[in-house]
Design a protein around this ligand. Sequence first.
Ligand code: HEC
Length: 296
Amino acid sequence: MKSTLKNKLKMRINMKNKINIQLLLFVFLSLIFNSTARAEGGPDLEVVVKYSLGFTVLLILLLVWLVVVYSERNDFSGEEFWAPFKKVKYYLTLTTPPEKEKDLLMDHEYDGIRELDSRIPPWFHGLLWFTVIFSIVYMIQYHVIGSGNVQEEEYLAEISFAKAERQILIKTGAFLNEETVTFTDDVGALENGKQIYLKNCASCHANDGGGLVGPNFTDKYWIHGGSIKNLFTTIKYGVPQKGMISWSNQLDPIQMRDVASYILTLQGTEPANPKAPEGTLYIPETEKEQKTDSET
Ligand code: HEC
């Protein structure tokens, strides 16, 4: 009778150990799963959901573990909870118990100092094999198949990243200056230019560009040149001695391009009180070409 009870208990313990090992495996796998999710993407919703799911699963596992351990053994000392970990630790270190150490003693002795022929701990052994296997996988992936992100690919990735960065800088106007500026016919940009014009420039150049203190923008005569680059330069650096200030502190390059483009759209319109033309006649490059074409 007694022995069968013992056997039953043993079976129970064995079963429980099995469950614990499966639980450990599951925890381990879900941890790996989580870390790969982190490596792949930014903090988008999917990753967040994955994380919270993983966390919930871990919590549930912990609860299940606690219930299994405590309900079966009715042991509240905490010993049972750590038992699986202790087992893992035991297999990883496999230390020889002190009472058996004399079997490991080696023959030599120096001034009473003797050496134990201890085995290498399994975890260290495993590490060695891991590095060996890793190096083989690495070599095959990077040097035989070439599917890894080798230097050249890294370089190309960096180049495309820099190109994308440049696009962003162009959008923010960092490269926009009197050398690179071009006329924009974008409706939004021209509306933006109009608002800037009415707010900052109309007091001297009139709402309709007919000119007041400053010159008329609707005729073909310009003091400082009538190309978009000329206008941008005048707006950016101003003509302080003539009462036209530099706007580079108040307006960013995009705003200066927008307002310069807007001013050019005023060409040929008829203002209420046009100021007499000032400066010299400016013929745009495109019209010059057309003229020479028709002359020949
Ligand atoms: C305080 C008055 C004043 C304000 C405000 C002003 N300007 Fe002027 N602007 C002038 C004067 C005066 C000139 C003529 C400069 C000269 O004779 O060289 C001028 C010239 C110009 C020219 C060159 C015209 C040409 O014939 O070459 C441009 C372009 C121009 N302004 C754009 C602007 C823009 C854009 C704004 C607003 C952001 C603005 N101005 C605000 C007074 C002003």
